[in-house]
Every structure is written in C-alpha cells, then in structure tokens.
Design a protein around this ligand. Structure first.
Ligand code: ADP
Ligand code: ASP
Ligand code: MG
Length: 411
C-alpha cells in the first residue's frame, strides 16, 4: 500500500462539477488501497478576485490582512472536496494549514515552510480517512495566517509529501505534463517523459509557471518523487527525477522558458571608476529590489554604460532610485524600458556540447531578432529581446533545437 500526495490546481477545482470529478478520481485511488492526502488550490480566478477586492481598499494591501483573506480561497475548496468524498462513501476530513500545523516564517505573502506536524494527518490516514489539506497557506509562530506566494499549493503538496515520506507527489493540472515549452504558446511543444530537478528548477525560475520554484527546490532537496499529470486525462505525465540518464537520444536542450515579468534599466555616461557597480546597484538593493541580469559596457571616453533588469513590479521604484543615482554620481542619463522579454534555453545536455549559445544566436539572427542582453550558466542561456518578438523567438528556438513534436516535422 502506497502513500500518495495528490495536488489539484485551480482549474481542476474551478467548478463544483470539477470538484465532483476530482472526488471520483480520488475515490478510485483510495479503493485501490492507497493512502491519499489531497492538496487543493482555490477555485481558478478566486485568488485574483480576492486580491482585487483588497486593492479596491488600498493600492498596497497590508500583507498580514491580505493573507487572512486570500487563504479563504483554499478553505472553500477543501470543504467542498471533503463533502464530495463523504457523499461518495469515502471517509474524508479537511484541514487548513493552521490545523495541520504547517509552520512558516512570518514573511506574509511569501512565507517559507519551517516544519510540518504530521501527527493529525497520520492518525486520520490510519483511521482510513482521505485527508484534504488547503494548499498555499500556513501559520507563523504567533498564530498569524501566512501564504506561500502565488502557485504555492505546489509547494504545500511537495512539502507534505516530504514530511510524510510519501511514495509519490502527483501534481494534477490542466496540461498532461511538463512540455518543452508552454504548449499554449507553441502548439508544437512536446511532453517530456522525464526532466531532472535541476532543469525543472531552471525552467521554473526562468518563467515556466507549471510548477512553483520552491516546490521543485523542496522535491530536489528531499528527493520527493514528483510527477506532473493531467487532472482529467489518463497518461504517464512527466516525472521530475534526479538521474541524468545517459541516453543516446539525450537532447542538448530540454526546454525553453520565457517571461514578460522583467523591465530593463540603463544608466549612461557613468564616470568609470572602481566601485561604480556598487554605487549604482547598492541603492537598488537597499530598497529591496532584486536585480536579475547585468551588463556593463566601457566606452572609450572613460565612461561606462550600465544596464540591468528588475521585476516589472519594481520598475518605477528602481527608475526613481536610478535617476537620483545618476544625478549624484554625475552620469549622463537614466532610462528604462518595460517592453522586453527574457527567453532562455535550458538543458543539462549543454554541459557536454559546445556551440549551444551560438546556435541560439544564429536562430534569433535568422528571424532578425536583436539581442539586448545575454546571461549564461552551466545549463542555461538567457537573452533579453524586445517583447513583441517573444513568441517568434520561442518558436524559432524550438525548431532550431529540434524540439518540435514529430507530427509537425513534415509527416
Ligand atoms: P494549476 O492551476 O493547476 O496550478 P498552472 O496554471 O499554475 O496550473 O500551471 C499549468 C500551466 O502552466 C499550463 O496551463 C501551461 O500553460 C503553463 N506552462 C508554462 N510552461 C509550461 C511547460 N513547460 N509545460 C507545461 N505547462 C507549462
Ligand atoms: N491559489 C493560489 C494562487 O492562485 C495558490 C495556488 O493556486 O497554488 O496562487
Ligand atoms: Mg500552479
């Protein structure tokens, strides 16, 4: 008998009918003899709706109160799913994060899980009940409700699986696995049978929102067998695994990630003296703004141009700071651009292949897409381009790295 944690995302519990369907599915697993812990998200759109309400009161809602409110979305779905199970003769019980005691730190809206008390859940499983846990939420040491950041139910699922030493954590969603890139953008995208934790972590950090980044970190750290599957279609899904299988067919690139969440800031004509990077980025980081990519060009007149990217939410604040810095250090100007997007190719196969970056640049050049910034690591290459070329770029790279689904390759 296995212990399985099953997480169902927002669209999978988006209506009462779907919740009934989820209950049917869980019932089948239960009847096959497995112990089941279910984690659910709020109904799709609900978290956004709640945040919208708060923003009608204030532009920057008070984080503690926001958490009190957005955590209600998951409280509704755990109760509905438990009822749907009990109606079917499957003993079930719902738990909020607080009731389980998913202890987190106190960083409201982006809390980290510190520990999980598994006593209640284990007792219920032993008594033959399906346990239905609210995703995305926890409680801090003072009893305040916290949430884990958008998409955080994935992390609840994986953290519970780790705490319970579950045999598998299954993430059920509206796609039948992890694809080479977002199948909603590139119809030729292919489902991957397997992807390594390392690659999945890069994909998630670089914009593939199919799994929350922290859930992948957790799964890698505690070696939780993790699988992404479609909620209502049969299929093997995608296994996130530790081993980097050496197969003849191992592709150089496993996937392409992209995001439109960043903005670019540039300061020009900065006197080129030691410590200049610190003078520019120090005030930015002091304002708690995270910087992603950085490029510095030295001009022949002993000045330098410095460009970096930040999250779009931080753009206005960062630009204000940069303008002040420009005045105080005697730079020529500070400007910004929000019409950018970042496209990244990811794959452990890159380690053993040369020329991957140039192949990427060639594919973009063929589409006359200008590259504004570049950054690389051992298993990824990212470029910043103009936002309007994003989809074209992703499609071109998908073809250039031979990722297109076979049916589309000229059958
Ligand atoms: P849930 O509500 O179930 O948590 P999400 O919307 O968070 O679902 O994640 C599923 C979505 O992730 C898919 O609908 C898909 O558009 C998107 N996605 C982005 N990149 C990928 C990828 N590489 N593979 C699969 N899905 C992806
Ligand atoms: N309901 C939360 C969100 O929309 C958490 C989740 O769905 O994973 O972000
Ligand atoms: Mg999600």
């Amino acid at each position: 008998m296995a212990l399985i944690v099953q997480k169902f995302g927002g669209t999978s519990v988006g209506t009462v009918e779907r919740i009934e369907q989820v209950a049917e599915k869980v019932k089948k697993f239960r009847e096959a003899g497995d112990d089941i812990v279910v984690v659910v998200s709020a109904m799709s759109g609900e978290t956004n709706r709640l945040i919208g309400l708060a923003k009608q009161i204030m532009d920057q809602p008070i984080p503690r109160e926001l958490d009190v409110m957005v955590s209600t979305g998951e409280q509704v779905t755990i109760a509905l799913l438990s009822m749907a199970l009990i109606k079917r003769g499957v003993p079930a019980v719902s738990y909020t994060g607080n009731q389980v005691r998913i202890l987190t730190d106190s960083s409201h809206t982006k809390a980290r899980i510190l520990s999980i008390d598994d006593a209640n859940i284990r007792a219920d499983l032993k008594a033959g009940r399906v346990v239905v846990v609210a995703g995305f939420q926890g409680v801090d040491e003072h009893g305040n409700i916290t949430t884990l950041g958008r998409g955080g139910s994935d992390t609840t699922g994986v953290a519970l699986a780790a705490a319970l030493k579950a045999d598998e954590c299954q993430i059920y969603t509206d796609v039948d696995g992890v694809y080479t890139t977002d199948p909603r953008v590139v119809p030729q995208a292919r489902r991957l049978d397997k992807i390594t934790f390392e690659e999945m972590l890069e994909m998630a950090s670089l914009g593939s929102k199919v799994l929350q980044i922290r859930s992948v970190e957790f799964a890698g750290k505690y070696n939780v067998p993790l699988r992404v599957l479609h909620s209502f279609q049969e299929g093997p899904g995608t296994l996130i695994t530790l081993d980097e299988e050496e197969s003849m067919e191992q592709p150089i690139i496993s996937g392409i990630a992209f995001n439109r969440d960043e903005a670019k800031l540039t300061i020009r004509g900065v006197p080129d003296t030691p410590g200049v990077a610190f003078k520019i980025l120090g005030p930015i980081s002091a304002a708690n703004v995270e910087v992603d990519m950085i490029v510095q060009n030295v001009a022949h007149d002993n000045t330098t141009d410095f460009t970096f990217t930040v999250h779009r939410n931080d753009y206005q604040a960062a630009l204000e700071i940069l303008k002040q810095t420009a005045t105080s250090i005697g730079a020529r100007e500070a400007t910004g651009d929000t019409n950018i997007a970042k496209v990244s190719i990811v794959g452990v196969g890159m380690r053993s292949h040369a020329g991957v970056a140039s192949r990427m640049f060639e594919a973009l050049a063929k589409e006359t897409i200008n590259i504004q910034m570049i950054s690389t690591s051992e298993i990824k290459v990212s470029v910043v381009i103009e936002e309007k070329y994003l989809e074209l770029a992703v499609r071109a790279l998908h073809t250039a790295f031979e990722l297109d689904a076979p049916a589309r390759q000229g059958e």
